[in-house]
Design a protein around this ligand. Structure first.
Ligand SMILES: Cc1ncc(COP(=O)(O)O)c(C=O)c1O
Length: 510
């Protein structure tokens, strides 16, 4: 953040409870066991209460001006979705399955029409059909094909076209790549320039659907509030032009996501909201009636931390320490490192000690897959203890803060048999991550979740496999069961038949 503001409060990802309250939990850890567990799988330590606090803070600053649509792609955790539904939040989806999840988590169908945006502008026809059937009416678009498909499907479903509201997605900067300082080159794929926007508006009008407003995404984790300026300016110009040249009244501005959780939300609202008033006035445009947002990362990043153990350290010729960890598989280089923060601990004689990160020592942090793309951070400061000559270098474990957002990119399921990270809530973690009962619970919960099976089925599977009650089976035994590829296959089949059953039961007749 370079701009001077009177904002004092810190962003949600500036507090790291696991590290700050280290002394509270460290003495409950059986060091040897912890390392054994971490060798087998990483841990996801969850604090979903944080999401309610984050939403309330966000609401305080943007909630009066429009709907806050949580971007479900950032986290589809049922606990998170339920918390936000209870707060009457809106949602942004990129696929129909996200809407399905919301409905399963209790979003009433009567709210879908006003509370859900279909933010993916390049949609699948069958997704449009199912979403329209469920009552969704707000779509972002940036291309004529999408507009044609929505029109065709709405016609088949005999939906009044006026009810269908489209926001035109604009470029977030000049040129086809997003430019210096942007975290994602969204413009390569998404958005249109002003002339194209005018043409799309005419096409939408010709279909009978409503041109509701504009949207643009400045790039995930945009630490500068100025990243919104370009899109706001064009939205204002287009609002005036559409009125004057096409007679279309546009009423919405959707600022989308991109808010970095390292920054307080006031930092963005203090810059953006007055700027909208100023720019729209200067452009001679009517002020937007509703200023919507679609935060993903800001609302959920601090709801999870990922903990993995160091497996190997290699030093490259330029001095970069290549650190391989047991975190799973980080799959997507462009999301890598966004908003994450790292703390390193070492276990010595069964006790954990925090290590000092050294600015002059740089490392790249990787997961277990044998591929360059499996990278969690590049060029990040690491402690001197991460050295191949250190006899306990592989007793180091890494706490990755900010893993609540887009973490499914950081820990792929069952990659070549790697057990996915174990989920545990922060309270249980503090009480004793290595206690047998907590370990069992984390294993079963995580497994149930990853396999898509209801928890009950996973437990039944495990108890049937051993012929014993759950409480009588050791956590390490359960881990072995879950690592057995034959059983994994069986569970995989079980999962497929559950999906088939679900589809059969829920498929729309006719
Ligand atoms: C259309 C749309 N809205 C919202 C978001 C959420 O962005 P963020 O997590 O950066 O807030 C995304 C993320 O890619 C997006 O594509």
């Amino acid at each position: 953040m370079t701009e001077q503001t009177s904002v004092q409060q810190a962003g949600p990802l500036t507090k790291h409870p696991i590290t700050e309250h280290f002394t509270e939990w460290a003495h409950n850890v059986d060091g040897k066991r912890f390392l054994e567990q971490l060798a087998r799988h990483a841990y996801r330590v969850c604090n979903y209460d944080a999401v309610a606090d984050n939403y309330d803070a966000f609401y305080k600053h943007f909630g009066q001006r429009g709907t806050i649509h949580f971007a479900v792609k950032a986290s589809a955790e049922p606990d998170i979705l339920k918390t936000l539904i209870a707060r009457d939040s809106g949602f942004e989806i990129a696929t129909y399955s996200e809407l399905r999840l919301l409905i399963e988590c209790g979003l009433p169908k009567s709210k879908i029409g006003t509370k859900v945006n279909f933010g993916q502008t390049q949609k699948e026809r069958s997704d449009i059909r199912k979403a329209l059937r469920d009552g969704l009416r707000n779509f972002a678009t940036d291309n004529i094909h999408d507009i044609r498909i929505i029109t065709e499907v709405a016609g088949q479903l005999q939906i009044d076209k006026k009810e269908i509201r489209l926001q035109i997605r604009l470029f977030n900067a000049e040129g086809s790549s997003s430019g210096e300082g942007y975290s994602q080159s969204f413009n390569k794929r998404y958005g249109v320039d002003n002339e194209q926007a005018m043409q799309l508006a005419e096409s939408i009008r010709a279909t009978g659907m409503t041109v509701a407003g504009f949207t643009f995404h400045p790039g995930s984790g945009s630490e500068e509030a100025g990243m919104w300026d370009y899109g706001i300016r064009n939205a204002a110009i287009l609002t005036r032009r559409m009125k004057e040249e096409l007679g279309i009244t546009v009423t919405e501005l959707n600022l989308s996501g991109g808010f970095a959780p390292s920054e307080p939300i006031e930092y963005y609202s203090a810059h953006i909201l007055p700027l909208i008033d100023k720019i729209y006035r200067e452009a001679g445009a009517e002020l937007p009636k509703s200023i919507d947002t679609e935060p993903g990362r800001w609302l959920v990043a601090n709801a999870e931390a990922l903990i993995g153990k160091v497996s190997n350290i290699k030093i490259n010729r330029d001095g970069t320490r290549i650190v391989t960890m047991t975190t799973g598989v980080s799959e997507n280089g462009t999301l890598t490192d966004l908003g994450l923060d790292f703390d390193f601990f070492i276990l010595e004689n069964g006790r954990a000690r925090k290590l000092e990160k050294r600015k002059e020592i740089r490392g790249n942090l990787h997961g277990r897959a044998c591929a360059d793309f499996d990278v969690i951070a590049e060029n990040t400061p690491v402690p001197a203890e991460l050295h191949p000559d250190n006899p306990i270098a592989d007793d180091v474990f890494v706490v990755i803060h900010g893993a609540g957002a887009y973490s499914h990119y950081m820990e792929r399921n069952f990659w070549c048999g790697i057990t996915p990270p174990m989920k545990m809530n922060y309270e249980d973690f503090k009480k004793g991550i290595t206690s047998e009962v907590n370990y069992q619970r984390a294993l079963v919960n995580s497994y149930a979740e990853r396999s898509g099976l209801p928890l009950k089925n996973a437990m039944t599977f495990i108890t049937q496999t051993t012929d014993r009650k759950l409480g009588e089976i050791k956590g390490s035994e359960i881990a072995k069961i879950l690592e057995n590829p034959e059983l994994l296959n069986k569970l995989g089949l079980h999962m497929l038949s559950s999906v088939a059953e679900f589809v059969e039961q829920h498929s729309n007749k006719g």
